[in-house]
Design a protein around this ligand. Structure first.
Ligand SMILES: [Zn+2]
Length: 140
């Protein structure tokens, strides 16, 4: 797999504010480096263009793999996953009051929470700690 040019990688990281565009984890507190993810995977003819790239933590990237669709746990229907370039995070997700758990607000949001497992135990634990020290701002 050809590596993206540095300028393209820098643009994606800057645009994402250094956070995973799915689970919103900050790269600065991750023990593994984040990936430049192809929203539409290369194996499905996804391009290297900025409109198809997102910053993703390793966990979200691994769970997403080559998927663009997932099952909405409420309706049981298969729907498209969250698309960081076309969708607004706040339209599909919300934080619980404590700011540690991501809730899916729409079929796409719920399917993405399930498929990418946005509330993995280590993530929820990290959010709890980051809230404590004022580094997790759910509304940011
Ligand atoms: Zn993530």
């Amino acid at each position: 797999m050809a590596r993206l040019p540095k300028a393209a990688r820098d643009l994606v990281v800057r645009r994402a504010g250094g956070r995973c565009e799915y689970c919103r984890s900050p790269a600065a507190f991750a023990h593994q480096s984040f990936s430049i993810e192809h929203i539409r995977p290369r194996v499905r003819r996804g391009r290297d263009s900025a409109g198809n790239l997102a910053l993703s933590c390793q966990g979200c990237n691994n769970h997403k793999y080559d998927r663009t669709r997932g099952r909405d746990p409420v309706s049981g229907r298969e729907v498209r996953l969250f698309h960081p370039r076309r969708d607004r995070w706040g339209d599909h997700f919300a934080w619980t009051e404590a700011g540690t758990v991501v809730l899916g607000l729409t079929p796409t949001g719920r399917a993405t929470v399930e498929t990418l497992q946005l509330n993995r135990e280590p993530l929820v634990n990290l959010r709890r700690v980051l809230v404590e020290v004022g580094e997790h701002r759910p509304d940011a």
